[in-house]
Design a protein around this ligand. Structure first.
Ligand code: ATP
Ligand code: MG
Length: 586
């Protein structure tokens, strides 16, 4: 097929859209791939839809190759299955809920575990039917708190979601690894620069879980890696727990006046001035900072939570969020302080939070706060801190929580060296659901011995529409998009320049020959558009090979330009089709 620019439904824009911050958003709108319909909701124009389908096809081929079978569910779903799995509530504000004319509750599917589980339960009953992997490429709806970056985080988006069904955990591992292999092939074919990292399983439940992150400065995910090969989403990083310390020689805890020490730094300075240590100066990591938040549970209840972290670290909102899901983290308000008069703001310490628990607030600490560690922390009285407060001797928290920030240089949990941090875009997620959904919805089969067993499931997602934007984040320059050939809207962008009819006729001939040879051609056959505008458009649109038919035709040559490298070559008109076929086949 030849895409003729004279009739193609396309208007390229010279200006970046005002609401766009990241390159992919700017370029996809400017080059006429997508158009905003509402916040986080986009229409696909001909070029964008072509790229989207190219990506879908790659995903489809690789899913079929591992024996997964394509199905298609509705996006409009009944409440009951989501009620049974508890996700009607757990999803909170993130799902679009609606009512039909009879008052029945429905939702627009954010992901389809429940529906797949019920379908398999409907039709299958024996271990002989398994293993089974089903997938769909479908439009999902999530009322994201912060839709951003165009189609990178939309409220309507296209996802490939698959689900595996196995009779045992061992059998499940085969399905998991098959998906993992397929994902590697998919992301290689998409030309993405990506890493596979350990992940938390979030609202999905289950244990084994890995994410495929596209390395990108504009990514919302932070991940870490070590020289020894450890790689994890920052949310999934566990802190190596130090061994307990002996505290025989640690003096008894003593409260001291620490006026005018509103920050950790002022406190440390004050300590060094008034209470110098014998061995070394006090530092921020000697202090224990207690942070209060409120957990908003899916059932609507609010639970205050205190988190103790070493004073040199902040609480990382995303790490905390991942730990407390499905609850949402909210600020501790004035009203909450009023309801807990035992809390001395700015001087909150384990005295009210720990053992004696005068506040009634659950108190979780960083895993570094092991027995025998010695802290300076709030004395629960304005203007006072306690020194030499020993964990396990003077206070006992209710447990630990992985909520402190992870920093470059921190040791990897598996001892494989210091961590470095980088940013990425989550493109895919594979995880073990275990029996969460099969238990909730009663998906059981008879095993070899005629015994009923609950099916082990996995769930696997690829952000198909997000991939369009992620590829652009990975592959663009100041002039525009540079598509990898397999996803590009065409193989060759053929530009006819000037006013000469002979040029347009020759170009049309080349386009027809290429088309006949199976090369996908975009043909800029527009009359009365300047060469400068045509060249700019070709660079913006990003087809990998650009061919210019213009003045050189008088000498029997046309120019071929590689969009990615900028390299140009002159080729005799008679040889151009063969040359292009060779380039496309490379
Ligand atoms: P994120 O952390 O980015 O919100 P998620 O963990 O909610 O992602 P999953 O529920 O695992 O995502 O969905 C599977 C895939 O769908 C993700 O890996 C991602 O590529 C894609 N995806 C998720 N949310 C969106 C969205 N709002 N817009 C576009 N793609 C999305
Ligand atoms: Mg999400």
């Amino acid at each position: 097929m030849i895409l003729r620019m004279s009739t193609l439904f396309l208007r390229t824009l010279r200006e970046d859209p005002v609401d766009a911050e990241v390159p992919s958003h700017k370029l996809l709108v400017r080059a006429g791939y997508v158009r905003r319909a509402a916040p986080g909701i986009y229409s696909w124009l001909p070029l964008g839809y072509t790229v989207l389908r190219n990506i879908e096809n790659i995903v489809r081929e690789e899913m079929n190759a591992i024996g997964a079978q394509e199905v298609h569910f509705p996006a409009l779903l009944p409440r009951e299955p989501y009620e049974a799995s508890n996700r009607w509530e757990e999803y909170g504000d993130t799902i679009f809920r609606l009512k039909d004319r009879k008052g029945g509750d429905y939702l627009l599917g954010p992901t389809h575990e429940e529906m797949f589980t019920l379908l398999v339960k409907d039709l299958y009953s024996s271990y002989k039917d398994l293993p089974l992997s089903l997938y769909q490429i479908q439009t999902k709806y999530r009322d994201e708190a912060r839709p951003r970056a165009g189609i990178l985080r939309g409220r309507e988006f296209v996802m490939k979601d698959s689900y595996s069904f196995d009779v045992s955990d061992e059998a499940f591992m085969h399905s998991y690894l098959a998906h993992r292999g397929a994902y590697i092939k998919i992301f290689d074919r998409l030309g993405l620069d990506y890493v596979i990292v350990k992940a938390t399983s979030g609202a999905m439940g289950g244990s084994a879980s890995e994410e495929f992150l596209v390395t990108a400065e504009n990514g919302e995910d932070t991940y870490v890696r070590s020289p020894g090969g450890y790689a994890a989403n920052v949310e999934a990083v566990t802190t190596p727990v130090p061994p307990p310390l002996s505290y025989e020689d640690t003096p008894a805890a003593h409260a001291e006046d620490t006026p005018d020490t509103p920050t950790i730094q002022t406190l440390v300075d004050h300590l060094n001035e008034r209470f110098p240590r014998g061995d070394r100066p006090w530092q921020a990591s000697d202090t224990l900072k207690n942070v209060l938040v409120v957990l908003h549970h899916p059932d609507g209840s609010r639970e205050p939570l205190a988190i103790g972290v070493p004073g040199d670290r902040e609480v990382d909102e995303k790490r905390l969020q991942a730990q407390v899901e499905p609850a949402a983290v909210e600020p501790f308000t004035e009203d909450d302080f009023a309801a807990h008069p035992a809390l001395a703001r700015g001087y909150i310490g384990p005295g009210v939070l720990g053992e004696k628990n005068a506040s009634g607030i659950r108190y979780l600490v960083d895993p570094r706060v092991v027995e025998g560690t010695r802290w300076v922390t709030g004395a629960d009285t304005p203007g006072k801190h306690v020194i030499d407060l020993v964990a396990g001797r003077d206070f006992t928290p209710d447990g630990t929580i992985e909520a402190a920030e992870v920093r470059a240089g921190d040791p990897a949990p598996d001892g494989s060296g210091p961590l470095e941090t980088a940013r990425g875009i989550e493109m895919g997620h594979i995880f073990q659901l275990g029996r969460k959904y099969s238990d909730a919805l009663g998906l059981q089969v008879l095993d070899e011995n005629g015994k009923l067993v609950t099916v082990t499931m996995g769930s696997y997602g690829v952000g198909v529409s997000r991939a369009v934007a992620a590829i652009v984040e990975n592959s663009h320059d100041e002039l525009g998009i540079i598509w990898p050939r397999e996803v590009a809207p065409a193989d060759v962008h053929l530009v006819a320049t000037g006013k000469d009819d002979a040029v347009f006729e020759a170009a049309a001939g080349i386009a027809a020959e290429l088309d006949a040879a199976g090369v996908r051609v975009m043909f800029d056959d527009r009359r009365g558009v300047s060469p400068g505008v045509k060249f700019k458009d070709s660079e913006l649109i990003g087809v990998p090979t650009i061919v210019v038919v213009g003045r050189g035709l008088a000498d029997g040559v046309v120019e071929i330009k590689d969009r990615a490298t900028g390299e140009r070559e002159e080729v005799a008109v008679g040889a151009v089709v063969d040359r292009l076929r060779a380039i496309v086949a490379e």
